[in-house]
Design a protein around this ligand. Structure first.
Ligand code: SAM
Length: 284
């Protein structure tokens, strides 16, 4: 008998991965957590039946969510990661010597426990001494800080369930307040392709544009996310994501990356016309 994991991307389009075996299944206080082993994508994590990461393509997501803002400001010292309990974002951040402190605010302690046991590829740096884990709601956590962080990375689930509050105007406004004068916020911005995801993307974009003076969107190709075409939001108080960036300063760090490079960084902000149109529709 063959075992397949299937995620409904739309009622008319499903995405399936052949599974060798299920390594873990359990319900936390917040969500259902599953880990599978597959021949094509290696191990993969799903929450409430939605794909979070696979061993084969997680490098694309984690490199693009971390190295784009870190290239714009490679001297970032204080970083806040909201969500991201799988550890992939933290792993990439710990490669920078300049990073002194990483606050990881993950609502679900079980995600961290399960990933440390079954997905060491992403969870490997969670015990780095610079990482401070807080198991609480990111929406509530950011309310308490002002001018504290150089960089906030919102590595959340989709805008329903526990992740819903992380797509609100209140949340983005509090992130703005929690950032230093030249702070940057990056978030996973959903996909522009299928109408349901595009609507979530537009809603998030509208609220970020209303909260930050600089708000741009960039893209990456992530094979296991709906349509494979994924967006990230770059929002900042003063720093542009491309113009004036000192590319050589990042290259001089000598980081070995599999997806990210500085040319790709600049190109990732050049979006297809239909995506630009969707974004413009919600900009003032
Ligand atoms: N790369 C992934 C994606 O976009 O599919 C995100 C993966 S990461 C596992 C997302 C994490 O956000 C989950 O572990 C979830 O528990 C956490 N999360 C969801 N809502 C949250 C909230 N309000 N505060 C903090 N963490 C939250």
């Amino acid at each position: 008998m063959e075992l397949w994991f299937t995620e409904e991307h739309t009622p008319n389009a499903h995405f399936s991965i052949k599974v060798d075996r299920q390594l873990y299944s359990g319900n936390s206080e917040f969500q259902r957590i599953d880990v599978f082993a597959s021949p094509e994508f290696g191990r993969f994590l799903t929450l409430d039946g939605y794909m979070m990461l696979t061993e084969k393509d997680e490098f694309i997501y984690h490199e693009m969510i971390v190295h784009v803002p870190m290239c714009v400001n490679p001297l970032a010292k204080d970083v806040l990661v909201i969500g991201g309990g799988d550890g992939g974002t933290v792993r990439e951040l710990t490669r920078y010597k300049s990073v002194e402190r990483i606050d990881l605010v993950e609502i679900d302690q079980e995600v961290v426990r399960v990933c440390e046991e079954y997905l060491p590829q992403t969870a490997s740096a969670l015990r780095d001494p610079r990482v401070n884990m807080h198991f609480e709601d990111g929406l509530k956590f950011v309310r308490h800080y002002e001018g504290k962080y150089d960089l906030i990375i919102v590595d959340s689930t989709d805008p329903f369930g526990p992740g819903e509050g992380l797509f609100t105007k209140e949340f983005y406004g509090n992130c703005f307040k929690a950032l230093k004068a030249d702070g940057i916020m990056v978030n996973q911005h959903e996909s522009p392709f299928y109408p349901g995801d595009a609507y979530a993307m537009q809603r998030a974009h509208k609220r970020i544009v209303e909260s930050f003076p600089i708000s741009r969107v960039y893209q990456a190709h992530i094979p296991t996310y709906p349509s494979g075409h994924w967006l990230f939001g770059f929002a900042a108080k003063t720093l542009s994501p491309v113009e004036g960036v000192n590319w050589d300063r990042w290259k001089a760090l000598g980081l070995d990356t599999r997806y990210y490079n500085t040319q790709l960084h600049a190109g990732a902000f050049a979006l297809p016309n239909y995506v630009e149109k969707l974004l413009k529709e919600v900009e003032p």
